[in-house]
Ligand binder design. Structure first.
Ligand code: 5GP
Ligand code: ZN
Length: 147
């Protein structure tokens, strides 16, 4: 455990669940502005969510539709639509997100048993929320190849 300004863990089902249309449809429908972006709104606390972690650059919270006993999302506060939109200048942010995921794995108790980090990018990558996020999945054996 270390610097964590977030609230305690526990609970869930805090926000509405949605398996949305493909990302390209969402983008055209929403414009994917930070005003309309669900993860921006969660990060800005405009929508209720129980953070397992918060710092100046990112937040982490439970996925509303968990695919494993541990399924947490690590989300930058800055609105970045896709991993592929990152540039050279974003190396520190990306490193911070990955190391935060590592910290979350410790916090979730899956560091030793193992876990998977996933970033879905774009339609064929299976991305449904057009705001960069890392999935931390653990608590069960993962299969390969992914679907
Ligand atoms: P993607 O499919 O874009 O890689 O992942 C988006 C994830 O966000 C999905 O696993 C989905 O369940 C989760 N999600 C979508 N909307 C919400 C929400 O409002 N709250 C939370 N906690 N998770 C969400
Ligand atoms: Zn956003």
């Amino acid at each position: 455990m270390s610097s964590n300004k977030g609230t305690a863990m526990g609970g869930g089902g805090e926000e509405r669940e949605h398996r949305s249309p493909r990302m390209s449809e969402r983008v055209s429908a929403s414009g994917s502005t930070s005003q309309s972006c669900i993860f921006c709104r969660i990060a800005k606390k405009e929508l209720p969510s129980e953070f397992v972690h918060e710092d100046e650059q990112c937040v982490a919270f439970r996925d509303v539709n968990p695919q494993a006993p541990v399924h947490w999302l690590i989300v930058p506060k800055r609105h970045v639509e896709r991993l592929h939109d990152l540039t050279e200048a974003d190396r520190p942010l990306l490193g911070h997100l990955v190391l935060t995921a590592r910290l979350m794995a410790e916090r979730a108790g899956v560091a030793e048993s193992g876990y998977r980090l996933v970033v879905n990018n774009g339609d064929d990558g299976g991305q449904t929320v057009p705001h960069l996020h890392l999935h931390l999945l653990g608590g069960r054996a993962m299969r390969w190849p992914p679907g």
